[in-house]
Design a protein around this ligand. Structure first.
Ligand code: HSE
Length: 322
């Protein structure tokens, strides 16, 4: 049964890997995008905000195409859609903007037709599109996600982020596509490096699950992807080496980059010191960057109402950053 009033959903940004958990660990962040969706006589796509440059407004639009996948899977026909999108998540910076669009499209389309598909099915579909479960899992379920993907099905466990965890992201003003950043990675690694990562990734998950914030700095290091991606992000090597000495609990490249993400104790006295250190290090490399203080988002994809009959921005106002 298609909801004639349409739906409006909110989807969080996400960080992936958290250092050693390449393609397996993800965390949702308190930065969001919104998608409105409704059946229509003809397809029309409205884009709002600075992060939408270059996004198509015809049926080649990712959100439109992914919504049609849901309808096909459910055996329902909704060929024409009115879609509205607004996002605070910067594009191609390692904060899961494409994952949020995919998850938002799947979730909104499924809600629009009365939720015939389970969340587990949506997760499998999202992972098949994105190719790894870390960003999409976090955007869909919120919190911290550890997940595996066998090419058909994703299994996961969601953990509640520790209340003391805060997140500082430093977002360089250049884009780095995931495919580019994956090209930098070697096909093979040594057993020594494999053990290095498995041990740290396992310890990191256990430390996050048990609230052992004291172990994060040592558990967050990585030999699987960050050393190979360091030359793509000027200042990254130095920051990964020294950020803990400037007050971070741990530091990592966020997803495929170029954003760098520090976990910070919420009541730390050294937040300003850390932010200044990160921005100055980037600046010294000639990189302009902006810093944002975020929290882990406990909520994943969320239905916030029906598609507004008036202004889309009016409906989500108060929630958006700008
Ligand atoms: N785990 C992926 C990577 C995340 O690091 O390539 C990219 O979004």
């Amino acid at each position: 049964m298609i909801k004639p009033e349409g739906v409006c959903v909110r989807i969080p940004a996400s960080t992936a890997n958290l250092g050693p958990g390449f393609d397996t660990l993800g965390m949702a962040l308190s930065m969001y995008s919104w998608i409105g969706m409704k059946g229509s006589k003809e397809t029309v796509i409205h884009l709002y905000g600075d992060e939408m440059d270059g996004i198509p407004t015809d049926k080649s639009n990712l959100v439109y195409k992914v919504a049609q996948m849901v309808f096909r899977e459910a055996g329902v026909q909704v060929p024409e859609l009115e879609i509205s999108m607004y996002s605070d998540i910067p594009l191609t910076r390692g904060l899961g903007s494409s994952a949020s669009a995919i998850v938002g499209a799947l979730f909104a389309a499924n809600e629009l037709i009365g939720s015939p598909l389970s969340e587990a099915k949506l997760f499998d579909m999202a992972t098949a599109i994105e190719d790894h479960p870390d960003n999409v899992g976090a955007s869909l379920f919120g919190g911290l996600i550890t997940a595996i993907w066998d090419g058909l099905h994703a299994d996961y466990i969601r953990m509640e982020p520790h209340e003391e965890l805060e997140v500082l992201v430093v977002i360089p003003d250049f884009q780095l596509s995931t495919s580019e950043a994956r090209k930098a990675l070697p096909e093979q690694i040594s057993r020594k490096d494999a053990v290095y990562n498995i041990s740290r990734s396992s310890l990191l998950v256990a430390a996050l699950a048990q609230g052992r914030l004291d172990l994060i700095s040592r558990a967050m290091s990585d030999r699987l992807h960050q050393p190979y991606r360091a030359e793509l992000v000027p200042g990254m090597a130095e920051i990964l080496e020294n950020a803990v000495d400037h007050g971070a609990l741990g530091i990592a490249l966020s997803g495929a980059g170029p954003t760098l993400l520090a976990l910070v104790e919420r009541h730390s006295q050294r937040k300003k010191e850390l932010e200044t250190y990160l921005l100055n290090t980037m600046k010294a490399e000639g990189i302009r960057a902006s810093a944002s203080w975020l929290s882990p988002s406990r909520e994943g994809a969320l239905l916030i109402g029906s598609m507004p009959s008036g202004s889309f921005l009016e409906m989500i106002k108060g929630e958006v950053k700008a």
